[in-house]
Design a protein around this ligand. Structure first.
Ligand code: GAR
Length: 210
């Protein structure tokens, strides 16, 4: 089957891009039938650009906030994108956009959702709150994206002990390792699900009895 599972990444602001990098490298190392069509950035000075160039991924700047979703939808349809991967994308997507890409947008969050998610909970703020609350565990969650921040259905989580760690920075460091481990694997699983649906489009009628 000469078919690829097409993905596109969305980032915003001065995104660092370490999750993007880990996913793209995993795909290439394991020769997965996944094609990274493009990476969206919202600022021309985002450090993630360098990572995109190092990995030969086309990056596209969509800096006009007013037409962002309109332009994005056009690109997604032009490139026949099957999955949108948020990687350091901190904006909310509109219900209209989400409706058009229902169940096809995923995000990674640096905590064990539903705890430590929601508006204003991103990056170091999450680890700061986890540290201040003396949590014994933290981790990372991959989830589908819906209208609320970090509130869509959870696809996968990994939990790690953190009670021996001495600062929010140390927690961030350990959690990021987990993010880099689980995000590529979830995307790989979603690709396999996509291919299995191509082969067995109607599961219940796959094998007639008798
Ligand atoms: C990651 O830690 C990701 O979990 C977090 O932003 C960081 C992006 O880093 N996302 C959120 O907090 C979403 N609410 P990266 O650009 O190096 O992948």
């Amino acid at each position: 089957m000469n078919e690829y599972f097409n993905i596109a990444f969305l980032t915003s602001g001065k995104s660092r891009g370490s999750n993007f990098d880990s996913v793209v490298k995993y795909i290439s190392k394991n020769r997965l039938p996944i094609s990274t069509k493009f990476l969206i950035i919202t600022r021309p000075d985002a450090p993630i650009i360098q990572r995109a160039e190092n990995n030969n991924v086309k990056w596209i700047l969509l800096s006009d906030k007013n037409n962002f979703e309109h332009d994005l939808l056009e690109l997604l349809s032009q490139h026949n994108v099957h999955l949108v991967v948020l990687a350091g994308f901190m904006r909310k997507l509109s219900p209209n956009f989400l409706d058009k890409f229902k169940g096809k947008i995923i995000n990674i969050h640096p905590a064990l959702l539903p705890k430590y998610g929601g508006k204003g909970m991103y990056g170091m703020r999450v680890h700061q709150a986890v540290f201040e609350n003396h949590e014994k565990f933290s981790g990372a969650s991959v989830h589908f994206v819906n209208e609320e921040y970090d509130a869509g259905k959870i696809i996968f989580q990994k939990k790690i002990p953190i009670d021996h760690l001495k600062s929010p920075e140390e927690i961030a460091h350990e959690v990021l390792k987990i993010e880099h481990e689980i995000y590529p694997k979830v995307i790989e699983q979603l690709a396999y699900q996509f291919f299995s649906k191509l082969v067995y489009p109607v599961e219940s009628e796959a094998i007639p009895s008798g």
